[in-house]
Design a protein around this ligand. Structure first.
Ligand code: SF4
Length: 205
């Protein structure tokens, strides 16, 4: 239930400062992404596509899936992919239905992805300085917020535990592993909650 305690030091004030902090993080990461993308002659969206294609299972390497993933329109994503094809970083090949639509990195694209991979190193370094327990509870809290935003339609794609139909909240007494995965039938330690689970199915499905 939402708390409504206004004024300095109240819950509403804390929420405001948390929202400001998350927004500040977003600005910092966007500027970091712009810098690394520019260094490789890419736009931030093209950089995200290259990195995603290097990690995604084949089934999600399509313009429409990438557009949903990054909350952009299909024409915008199509333009980004066309630019990457021109730069010889990406090729399209026939999907299972025979149409030309499956996206794959070229060997040059693979090399660029490898060089882009540490783009968010400063963030990972900063996180490494936070105690492990705090990181686990922060992950838990952020995933709860993401699941809520997904329910409100603000976040479109998130294959996280907290938005999954197999997620059983508060099933175990252990505060470090209170939740349960109904599919794998195992407790879910806070530190192991997933942000991109291949088995994820939306809670609303
Ligand atoms: S299936 Fe994956 S996303 Fe869903 S609860 Fe289990 S581990 Fe989490």
């Amino acid at each position: 239930m939402t708390e409504h305690v206004a004024g300095p030091g109240g819950a509403a004030d804390l929420d405001r400062r948390l929202a400001d902090a998350i927004e500040r993080l977003g600005h910092g990461l966007r500027s970091l992404a712009q810098r690394t993308a520019r260094e490789h002659g890419l736009t931030p969206l093209q950089q995200q596509v290259v990195l995603t294609l290097s990690r995604q299972p084949t089934v999600r390497r399509e313009v429409s899936a990438l557009a949903a993933e990054f909350d952009v329109t299909k024409p915008t994503m199509s333009d980004a992919v066309t630019a990457l094809e021109r730069k010889e970083l990406v090729t399209r090949s026939p999907g299972s239905d025979g149409r030309r639509r499956l996206l794959t990195l070229t060997p040059t694209g693979d090399e660029v992805a490898r060089r882009l991979e540490p783009w968010d190193g400063p963030l990972l370094d900063a996180l490494a300085g936070v105690p492990a327990d705090d990181r686990a509870t922060t992950l838990h809290s952020l995933l709860r917020v993401i699941a809520d935003l997904q329910r409100q339609g603000v976040v479109s794609v998130a294959r996280t535990c907290t938005g999954c139909r197999f997620f059983r909240a508060d099933t175990h007494p252990d505060p470090t592993a209170p939740h349960h995965c109904g599919l794998l039938d195992v407790p879910l330690p806070l530190a192991d909650l997933r942000t991109d689970c291949p088995e994820h199915q939306p809670a609303t499905a």
